[in-house]
Design a protein around this ligand. Structure first.
Ligand SMILES: C[S@@+](CC[C@H](N)C(=O)[O-])C[C@H]1O[C@@H](n2cnc3c(N)ncnc32)[C@H](O)[C@@H]1O
Length: 192
């Protein structure tokens, strides 16, 4: 099995990838993560999807590709340059691009729960973890990547990741699987 050949790459993916390279944004999600997200999103008809950390929209493009007509995606980013690249490339009535601080957004959100949360920023992952997992409906997914050492990790990040995984594993009402694949992914399913 070769897992690096992708079919049905999102239409806007290459444009966004070029823009991402041009601005030297080095925290982009990889294609394996995108493909997995698309697969999981497709399992949630009329799903409500949340992405914390839009970046330039690479993972967003995959998730949109997995969504049906009735699905909705909210994606949060605090960097205007980045979210503008995503917004321009991925115009879609089912998607709400929110330029906001993720800490504030999480603490103020009181709307409907989500079928899948892709937590790809500090808030909702290394901080406010319980709040972000609390946004997931029973049977829904909480997904994180970058759990294996990455070249862009700052000094001290490895121990932060270890502490984070310990914290995650102690939570109630979830089951999880760690995948030593892509950048290191954890799939969490909320059970209550
Ligand atoms: C790992 S990158 C996201 C990559 C993106 N999901 C992709 O598919 O390429 C993390 C993103 O979180 C954003 N971010 C960091 N702190 C944030 C905050 N407090 N609120 C909102 N976004 C934040 C960064 O600007 C960055 O774009």
């Amino acid at each position: 099995m070769v897992d690096s050949i992708f079919q049905n790459i999102p239409g806007q993916y290459e444009n966004i990838a070029e823009a991402t390279k041009a601005i030297e944004f080095n925290m982009a999600s990889d294609m394996q993560t995108g493909s997995l997200l698309k697969t999981l999103v497709a399992s949630k008809p009329s799903g409500r999807i949340l992405e914390l950390g839009t970046g330039t929209g690479l993972a967003t493009s995959w998730m949109i590709d997995g969504m049906d007509e009735g699905s909705k995606l909210i994606t949060i980013e605090n960097n205007e340059l980045l979210i503008d690249i995503a917004r321009k490339a991925l115009q879609d009535a089912r998607v709400e691009f929110v330029l906001a601080d993720g800490y504030e957004w999480i603490q103020n959100y009181s709307g409907e729960k989500f079928d899948l949360v892709f937590a790809d920023a500090m808030p909702g992952k290394y901080e406010l973890l319980e709040e972000a997992i609390g946004f997931v409906r029973p049977g829904g997914f909480y997904i994180i990547d970058d759990m294996l050492p990455q070249s862009n990790w700052p000094e001290g990040h490895a121990s932060k990741v270890e502490r984070f995984i310990d914290e995650l594993e102690k939570l109630n009402d979830i089951v999880l699987t760690k995948l030593n694949w892509s950048t290191g992914i954890i799939i969490v399913t909320k059970i209550k």
